[in-house]
Design a protein around this ligand. Structure first.
Ligand code: PAN
Ligand code: ZN
Length: 183
């Protein structure tokens, strides 16, 4: 597919070749409050995020996808993506905010940084940095991501260790605090 079309107001991609739906039950081990997560799963097992993408596989090619990260909390923690390193660690990525608001949390070894995102924000994720997005607003947080075709996704390291910081809801908005479970 050489040409495609995105509705820049909604973020809806006209054509895609891959669709991933992540529900609360797909996120076990990713939130610190596992009791709150289990309650959510038993109640309605809500969709946390959806990714519509046109992935490629070969070196030199580019993949892209739009993520719809819904709004909500698990305990105090905002809805977020699993987060990953690229399997090929030296593969970078570009994020473009489309609607809603959130954070892009990045980690390299024990070093953590984050950027606020909204419509129009461009964030460059450098090689070697794991990345996770977090919806800090009360509507969908939608963004486009463009990454090398051969980047691959390594979820294992994050599933095992988590990120060193988590993002929690507070009265004034959000706070980025140390992850008590970080190993
Ligand atoms: C993004 C992410 C997408 C979903 O397209 O894959 O937002 O997040 P997880 O992959 O962590 O579940 C990207 O960074 N691609 O490389
Ligand atoms: Zn990525």
């Amino acid at each position: 597919m050489i040409s495609n079309w995105i509705d820049l107001d909604s973020g809806i991609l006209n054509e895609y070749t891959s669709k991933v739906i992540r529900r609360a039950s797909d996120m076990q081990g990713f939130y610190t409050d596992s009791k709150a997560l289990n309650e959510l799963i038993e109640k309605e097992d809500p969709v946390i995020y959806e990714v519509y993408a046109v992935p490629q596989e070969r070196e030199g090619e580019l993949s892209y996808g739009v993520t719809f990260l819904h709004s909500g909390v698990v305990g105090d923690e905002f809805y977020m993506t699993k987060g990953h390193y690229h399997e090929k660690r030296d593969r970078a990525e570009i994020y473009l905010g489309i609607r809603g608001k959130g954070l892009l949390l990045m980690q390299n070894g024990d070093e953590v940084k984050w950027e606020e995102m909204k419509r129009g924000t461009i964030v460059y994720v450098p090689p070697y940095w794991a990345h996770r997005s977090i919806n800090t607003g009360d509507e969908d947080f939608v963004f486009l991501a463009i990454y090398p075709g051969d980047a691959g996704h390594d979820y294992g390291s994050i599933a095992e260790r988590g990120f060193a910081k988590i993002v929690v809801k507070v009265e004034s908005g959000y706070e980025v605090i140390p992850n008590p479970e970080y190993r």
